[in-house]
Design a protein. Structure first.
Length: 202
């Protein structure tokens, strides 16, 4: 089942970098993934399976590519109604699939009748709505540890000097500090290189 995700794609075309990010949908399996998003009136889908990537775009601009490392494949590219053939030579494909995220990198060359384009594409996607639960643990004073079902952890108002200590080995992805008193801002006691949120809008 497709689930919402946040997608970031960095594309380098003949040395020129562009960055694209937006909401998308993703379905993850242990060795494969599907990704779908809408861009400028077109629907784009990527499918990673068996060490190869298929890319399809429908709408005003048509794109159909099969990328397989070390192989040359034919594809279709162009404005709808005037699209033509293109060949792809795939140099490298790498990807990592985790429980709620995908990282993929591809280097390939597009071969046209009129020339070629060197492409390097990096794609990162992370699910944004897991429909899971959150564990709330009271650590004393004004300090709580919030753990999302994905494993993301937030610690609020870490303290010191109040007669008891924070739990040893406490880590977080983010730490919130409501105000700058010693019993609310002991951020140095939290491991994991957390993001510190200590002002409005952070």
């Amino acid at each position: 089942m497709m689930k919402p995700c946040f997608l970031k794609i960095v594309t380098v075309v003949d040395g020129e970098e562009s960055i694209f990010s937006q909401e998308a949908e993703m379905e993850l399996f242990s060795e494969s993934a599907k990704l779908r998003y809408f861009e400028n009136g077109g629907k784009v889908s990527l499918h990673i399976s068996n060490g190869q990537v298929t890319v399809a775009r429908e709408g005003d601009y048509i794109l159909r590519l099969l990328l397989k490392e070390g192989k040359k494949n034919r594809g279709i590219i162009g404005v709808s109604g005037t699209e033509g053939e293109v060949e792809t030579v795939t140099h490298k494909i790498g990807f990592a699939i985790k429980k709620n995220s995908l990282l993929m990198s591809m280097k390939y060359t597009l071969l046209f009748d009129s020339g070629k384009q060197e492409m390097h594409l990096t794609c990162r996607a992370k699910q944004t709505n897991f429909g899971g639960t959150m564990k709330i643990q009271y650590l004393g004073h004004s300090c709580f540890k919030l753990t999302e079902s994905t494993g993301t952890t937030i610690v609020t108002d870490p303290y010191k000097g109040i007669g008891y200590d924070l739990p040893k080995g406490l880590t977080a992805d983010a730490v919130t500090v409501s105000h700058g008193h010693f019993d609310h801002n002991n951020v140095g006691a939290i491991g994991g290189r957390p993001r510190i949120i200590d002002k409005e809008g952070f």
